[in-house]
Write a protein that binds this ligand. Sequence first.
Ligand code: G3D
Ligand code: MG
Length: 177
Amino acid sequence: MTAATSSCTHRFKIVVVGDSEVGKTSLVVRFVEGTFSEEYIKTIGVNFFIQDLDIGDNRIRFLVWDTAGQERFGPVRQEYFQGAKGALLVYDKANQESFDHLEFWIEEINRYCSGIPTILVGNKADLAEVVTTEQGQQLAAKHNLPFIETSAKTGENTTQLFYELGTQILAILEGTD
Ligand code: G3D
Ligand code: MG
């Protein structure tokens, strides 16, 4: 698993969904830059990030779509989801409400891109736990999703997350899933 720079074998559009403030942008920025910033300029529209990753013999180019805060005001537009090959469904382990709201986001994914590989992500693993690991695992099992806990602050599992998602998408492409 290494970050890659030259020509790629696949391009995957990835969407990141979940409540506002759960750390979606931070996770993406951590993945694309390997750093964590405590401050972001909150612009209007969709932010778009590109990062390559080697998975086995494949060089994957992730085109990561990140909302610029629309989720604060309600549903995210259909265009956001269009053509997505995978999704990260993120909640904040220190925020119960963000966990309780996941069913809403699962419905949104199902409405616009039903069946795409989706990973349930419990972020802010560096903070005192409100939503337990077991609760995350149970919800993941209920919806048949892989589950991973991350910290955009420490970098825990942030590259692993994209590696897992890319592996799932490749498995579907190669018909091994
Ligand atoms: P969003 O894109 O889901 O809205 P952001 O979330 O990435 O903007 O992050 C929201 C706040 O949570 C930010 O704090 C950010 O620094 C913080 N954050 C994100 N991920 C983590 C994490 O893993 N651990 C901790 N401790 N904090 C995290 P500010 O204060 O800058 O608004
Ligand atoms: Mg954001």
